[in-house]
Design a protein around this ligand. Structure first.
Ligand code: SF4
Length: 467
């Protein structure tokens, strides 16, 4: 295959955070236990609005082209560097480094492999959604602040409005909250203080004995009432006139299904007054009866988060308290059976997700339960920690060996071949009030025969797509 990019050099940092390229070493990348040069088709120029991370206590490793062996850089700048990809992009590899004994656990972000050539940075990733909804490069900060101020003045009695603007915009700079301030795209509807899972990488709460030092966001400290929720929906529908989306289930809360009756009442109220737009729920989907009730009330779409379609890996990461992956699958069937669009929020991790066993399990889940879309999200977690946990180390479910990575691009392509109706993307799509669904009804699909599973050449590249 012809390389579409120049030869990439290793990127390193000194202790002060100054970033350099190393002209003597080539960039390596990591997928689970595998180290190698990036594949020619998996590298793209670093997208605007991506961010660099210096990885403390971790010595960068590149490839010495003369010896053909992995090698650490000399000189002062030796620390490994990673990039957090701008929204809409999924990373396909992590950087290669050697962790020293004092290396702290990395905070809950995703860490993409970066290289440098001919004056620019490159990233192992692909764009999976062309929707610009979380691009803010051309939006002056003053516009967001003015939008927030005006809403706070007009709706000062609404605690949810205040939470979104004073907490999520001002403290966390949350993209969904910024969009609410701007009156565009998707509005967040955080409601839940509790959760019935204990995800290893939960960004809103960790247990006392967790090694995670800090969560990027904190849980909501109150429960809004239906009137406050519906007012937020009305405000947003009155400003985003083309394609309003409203989403329960945000980074600053627990799981919204723990408040199912509140959600049901809010959706029913909004729909009863003729409220339009796509009402979506981002959730762990642990409660099938609650999902059925929301669907009856007027829910348009359900986005189900999972790191794996295999129970062993799912349970190791989610550590559910009172449900199992079977309940998640039942929820998907309840939703699909009532005409609700189901997306999987697939927490992609190079070297764990893109394996043969995961492909088969994911295709079965999507086909048998009637999933309409895959949102290719990056799992925000320390790469070595997660890989150890999934590859048999620790956890509550024993070890499970992982087969070699096939790469993100090939994984997407082969999944599409098995489940050709699947839409790929990153964000919750606008679907009107009721989606048109092409996914099979639950229980009507069976895995294609092996002869039709071969990779083939004509099935598209599985990349960014709208539709
Ligand atoms: S399901 Fe969501 S809120 Fe609950 S523990 Fe997992 S990440 Fe946290």
């Amino acid at each position: 295959m012809t390389a579409r990019h120049p030869q990439l050099h290793l990127v390193v940092s000194d202790e002060r955070g100054n970033i350099y390229d190393d002209p003597d070493l080539l960039m390596l990348c990591r997928r689970g236990a595998q180290w190698g040069l990036p594949r020619p088709d998996e590298v793209m120029p670093l997208p605007p609005e991506s961010e660099f991370f210096l990885l403390p206590g971790r010595q960068a490793v590149g490839l010495d082209p003369e010896s053909g062996r992995p090698s650490c850089p000399g000189g002062e700048a030796r620390l490994a560097v990673a990039a957090f990809a701008a929204p809409g992009h999924t990373i396909s590899a992590h950087p290669v480094y050697e962790s020293g004994p004092e290396a702290p656990l990395l905070p809950l972000f995703s860490y993409g492999a970066v290289g440098f050539a001919e004056g620019r940075f490159y990233l192992c990733a692909r764009r999976v959604d062309t929707d610009p909804r979380q691009e803010f490069g051309n939006v002056p900060r003053a516009r967001i602040e003015r939008g927030a101020r005006d809403l706070l003045r007009a709706y000062s009695g609404n605690r949810l409005v205040r939470h979104i603007l004073e907490n999520c915009v001002a403290r966390y700079d949350c993209p969904a909250a910024r969009n609410f301030a701007l009156g565009r795209y998707e509005a967040p509807l955080p409601t839940a203080r509790a959760c019935n899972a204990r995800c290893v990488g939960c960004i809103s709460a960790q247990e006392k004995d967790s090694p995670v030092a800090a969560t990027p966001q904190c849980r909501l400290a109150f429960t809004p009432d239906p009137a406050e929720i519906v007012e937020v929906m009305r405000i947003h529908a009155g400003r985003e006139l083309v394609a309003p989306v409203f989403s329960f289930g945000q980074g600053c809360e627990g799981d919204p299904l723990t408040n199912a009756e509140l959600l049901r009442e809010s959706i029913a109220l909004y729909r009863a007054e003729g409220g339009r737009g796509t009402v979506n729920c981002n959730t762990n989907a642990s409660r099938p009866a609650a999902v059925a009730a929301l669907a009856e009330a007027g829910l348009t779409s359900l986005r189900v988060s999972l790191n794996s379609a295999r129970p062993e890996l799912y349970h190791k990461y989610y550590r559910p308290l009172d449900y199992s992956l079977d309940d998640v699958r039942r929820s998907i069937c309840e939703a699909r059976g009532r005409g609700v669009w189901v997306s999987l929020n697939l927490l992609f991790f190079p070297g764990v997700t893109d394996t043969e066993e995961e492909l088969e399990a994911l295709a079965r889940l999507a086909g048998e339960d009637g999933v309409s879309m895959i949102q290719w999200r990056n799992l925000n977690i320390d790469p070595e920690w997660y890989f150890r946990l999934m590859n048999g180390g620790g956890g509550e479910s024993g070890g499970l060996a992982l087969s070699p990575s096939m790469g993100l691009g090939r994984f997407m392509k082969r999944l599409r071949k098995l489940c050709p109706w699947l839409r790929y993307g990153y964000f919750n799509p606008y679907l009107g009030e009721k989606a048109r669904i092409a996914a099979p009804a639950p229980g009507t699909w069976s895995m294609p025969e092996p002869k039709s599973l071969s990779d083939g050449n004509g099935s598209g590249d599985g990349g960014a797509e709208e539709g």
